[in-house]
Design a binder for this molecule. Structure first.
Ligand SMILES: [Zn+2]
Length: 269
């Protein structure tokens, strides 16, 4: 952020006081957290526009992120997730990710994310729970053994439709020979039990919750901040647009991750 023309958003004193007084904070992030890093939100994933992204336009993301899609065409699904992983590798954490890492310098900040990218980790935050899995934790589709050493990322050079083959055959499990699948939670699948337990414990143990860039409509994840409010734990929302959580949050700020979180850090100084 340059100073000058860019207005510096104000953080209400009540929010600053809540965060200043909290030694244990849980951050709950969704797609809006990574939007300013150029990672498309799920609904925007078809917007594309650069190199292979445009060529993926003809596929509906909602039909690639299901167990049925995997059963029908594993190489297509694997190819899509390899492409997404490659896209994330070329992206960088934004000012919001860095501000959260800085917030953890002198208090305990536990990050629970619905994002499948690794931008919180690369900014230096402790992520205790990836509620919807991770692009970087593939596992065997048969026996569940984690798969190490994903091969080189797919070639992302621009090319025309006639030569683009989106399919990448998935590797095989070294233990049982089954196909290795993406380590993400698909539509219709349960959340990973251990990640859910850690998220649940973090929310219960916190003195304040910061919710960033999540629509608040994907259950059961959305139940976590709602339950915190009912338990009397202050919930502060950062979201440029009103969400399903805005009505129940203790404070709801119309600011993006990269605007609002650095402003909060400055206000704490
Ligand atoms: Zn296996």
């Amino acid at each position: 952020m340059t100073d000058g023309e860019t207005p510096r958003p104000d953080i209400p004193d009540a929010v600053v006081d809540l965060i200043r007084g909290a030694d244990w904070i849980t951050v709950f992030s969704g797609a809006g957290m990574s939007a300013e890093s150029g990672i498309a939100t799920f609904r925007d994933a078809q917007a594309g526009g650069r190199s292979q992204a445009a060529l993926w336009d003809r596929f509906d993301p909602a039909e690639l992120a299901t167990p049925e899609a995997w059963d029908r065409d594993p190489a297509l699904v694997w190819g899509w997730y390899r492409w997404r992983a490659g896209h994330v590798r070329t992206a960088q954490p934004n000012a919001g990710h860095h501000a959260l890492a800085d917030l953890g310098a002198n208090r305990t900040v536990m990050v629970v994310t619905q994002n499948v990218d690794d931008l919180h980790e690369r900014a230096g935050s402790d992520v205790i729970s990836h509620l919807h899995g991770s692009l970087f934790a593939p596992r065997c589709s048969v026996c569940g053994t984690p798969y190490e050493g994903v091969d080189a990322l797919p070639d992302d050079r621009p090319r025309d439709d006639s030569t683009f083959d989106p399919r990448v055959p998935p590797p095989t499990c070294r233990r049982c020979g089954g196909s290795v699948r993406p380590g993400v939670v698909w539509f219709g699948e349960a959340l990973p039990e251990s990640d859910w337990q850690r998220a649940d414990q973090a929310f219960r143990a916190s003195e304040a919750i910061i919710v960033v860039g999540t629509s608040g409509i994907v259950y059961p994840a959305a139940a976590l901040p709602e339950r915190a409010v009912r338990a009397g734990i202050p919930v502060i929302e950062f979201n440029p647009a009103p969400s399903a959580l805005s009505e129940v949050a203790t404070h709801s700020l119309r600011l993006s991750a990269a605007q609002g979180l650095p402003a909060l850090l400055r206000a704490l100084d």
